[in-house]
Design a protein around this ligand. Sequence first.
Ligand SMILES: [Zn+2]
Length: 157
Amino acid sequence: MPSGKTHEIINITVLMVILAGLYYFSTWQKNEIVTKYLDIYTILAFSASYIFATFFLSPDLDTKSRPYKRWKILKILWWPYRIMFKHRGYSHNIVLGPLSIILNLVLIAVVIILITGVEVKDIPLKLAFAIIVGIVLPIDVHIISDSLVSKTKHVFK
Ligand SMILES: [Zn+2]
């Protein structure tokens, strides 16, 4: 089982590979899909949410992990999550893991939106998609590296 720090190193390495790949396909290969759908804002939104998710939205929020502690006083927001999942249960399923974190995040976002009065329809779809992918991917990288190292079958349970 990789430690919290190892997970962060693995996740950031994967991000670097993805960004290098995107750079390659947009600059050297001039891949049509990449150049059509990716602009600097999409890539920035993706990278920022990926980094945020790596350090704050780990499936290990189901235990007193580094990401859990980083929330400081706000960690109370993840208390229901920690109570609902026993460590490395459904939180470490490649579908249910990211889904449960995003649901919890949506609940938090709804409260923030209600307080700040931001119009959800004002958020561009492309950006929202980049953010969601940026959140789901590092969570799945975490789950996959957990399963590769521990060789337990909890990923597909
Ligand atoms: Zn884990």
